[in-house]
Design a protein around this ligand. Structure first.
Ligand code: UGA
Length: 449
């Protein structure tokens, strides 16, 4: 008999987990406190934009495999395994705010009190090492009046999916990491995943705190990799010879010890995870008596990257006061409407400080950007409208539709065509022949000696 699944918290990770299990034929009952969200999802509408998600959501509902409720108790009692996937925002000081984890854990505990038979609780939310043992386990035991490893199971199992390719990532993970409090919990979860993925995916089983660390270590390493290549890009830009970070990255990435991925230099990383998790790891580390200098600089290099873009465009355009700057891309990366931690916001804030008039276009993120930037900038509904009579343009997010813009489009539409390619999507040779062009990680174009 297949296990019945419940997911507590229908944010990004929660909804993707829910939908992926349901379309694979599992009975899933998920809950969220926000009733409007529950109604929306229940009608087959995703509360956020994620390619492929809504189609699968509708399919799961039609097949009768998915139920969405607003009470945690119903979800727990109707299932064998509950995934906690509530948000773990950080406070101003970088400490993780466990309020959603605490409240949902209490409710799961109370429901477990009413439940007969073994139930497995799995923590998917990102929590710092030791949190499941020190906070979640005691709360579950207190409110259920039962014992972990005796009457119910507990494991930690973080998620590594990316926004924009969440469904693909969930269905094709490169590893599953399980931190178990007792052997039976680990085995139960491993069996669920073996049934789901077959035997090709590596499954690592270890203790909970190690797994909690693995999640932070993964995101911190990836963020460090990007800050590192951005730092090298900044060096390349200052070289008097013709040097391009794209070529440098391709060459170093061929060494399997380095690897090609996450070596794309740009205007900086953002999102709902890297900024939050790197900051939380720094705060956590300091709290236990260690100052993580590399991690602190990973964050600092990222924040300063936006300022460097402004320095380059000032070098080309002079003072920005009163000039019209077109921003292409607001989301923190393509295929998402998310602007949390986005480099676009940092770049735009600098531009405003310099007195520029900012016009921005994004295929999906304008509504979210308005919530952050309000009336400080103008929002365009097409690329042409955004570029119209602009003195300069900064490409911030590498959306597919921007790749189709030709050098002629820029020269025709802009008042003084100057383009800064912040994500390296345009061919430097072609573009620099036809307009004033600079790009992240590219030294000023010169004839090869
Ligand atoms: C990230 C991780 O990649 C996931 O594995 C993890 O599960 C997730 O955080 C999480 O903790 O939930 P995500 O935030 O969706 O996923 O986005 P990424 O694709 O990792 O990109 C993050 C940022 O790095 C973006 O702003 C992107 O533009 C930037 N980036 C990425 C670069 O600047 N260069 C690169 O080469 C790659």
């Amino acid at each position: 008999m297949r296990k019945k699944i419940s997911v507590i918290g229908l944010g990004y990770v929660g909804l993707c987990t829910t939908v992926c299990f349901a379309v694979k034929g599992y009975k899933v009952i998920s809950s969220d406190k926000e009733t409007t969200k529950v109604e929306l999802i229940g009608r087959g509408t995703s509360p956020f934009y994620e390619p492929g998600l809504e189609t699968l959501l509708k399919e799961a509902i039609q097949d009768g495999n998915l139920k969405v409720v607003s009470r945690t108790e119903g979800a727990v009692l109707g299932s064998d395994i509950s995934f906690i996937a509530v948000g773990t925002p950080i406070l101003r000081n970088g400490n993780v705010d466990l309020k959603f984890v605490r409240s949902s854990t209490k409710e799961i505990g109370k429901a477990l009190r009413k439940k007969d038979g073994f139930h497995l609780v799995v923590v998917k939310s990102t929590v710092t090492p030791g949190s499941t043992e020190k906070v979640i386990k005691p709360l579950l035991e207190k409110y259920s009046r039962k014992r972990v490893g005796v009457n119910f199971g507990l494991a930690v199992n973080p998620e590594f999916l990316r926004e924009g390719s969440a469904i693909h990532d969930f269905l094709h993970p490169n590893r599953i990491v399980i931190g178990e409090f007792d052997e039976h919990s680990g085995k139960t979860l491993e069996m669920l995943y073996r049934e789901f993925y077959g035997d090709k995916i590596p499954i690592l089983r270890t203790n909970p705190a190690t797994v909690e660390m693995v999640k932070y270590a993964s995101n911190a390493f990836l963020a460090a990799k990007i800050s590192f290549i951005n730092e090298l890009a900044n060096i390349c830009e200052r070289l008097p010879q013709k040097v391009d970070i794209v070529e440098v990255a391709r060459a170093i990435g061929m060494d399997p010890r380095i690897g090609q991925e996450f070596l794309n230099a740009g205007v900086g990383w953002g999102g709902s995870c890297f900024p939050k998790d790197t900051k939380a790891l720094v705060a956590f580390s300091r709290k236990i008596g260690y100052r993580p200098r590399i991690l602190e600089d990973v964050i600092r290099v990222n924040l300063e990257q936006a300022r460097r873009v402004i320095d380059v465009i000032k070098e080309e355009m002079g003072a920005l006061n009163g000039k019209k700057i077109a921003i292409l891309g607001l989301s923190f990366k393509p295929n998402t409407e998310d602007v949390r931690g986005a480099a676009s916001i940092r770049v735009i804030n600098h531009l405003i400080q310099e007195g520029a008039q900012v016009y921005a276009y994004d295929p999906a993120a304008i509504d979210n950007a308005k919530k952050v930037l309000g009336t400080k900038i103008k929002y365009s509904s097409t690329i042409s409208e955004c570029l119209d009579k602009a003195d300069g343009c900064i490409l911030v997010t590498e959306w597919e539709e921007f790749k189709k813009i030709s050098p002629e489009d820029f020269t025709r539409l802009m008042r003084k065509p100057f383009l800064f390619d912040g994500r390296r999507i345009f061919d430097p040779k072609e573009f620099s022949e036809k307009l004033r062009f600079r790009a992240v990680g590219l030294s000023k174009m010169r004839e090869t000696p």
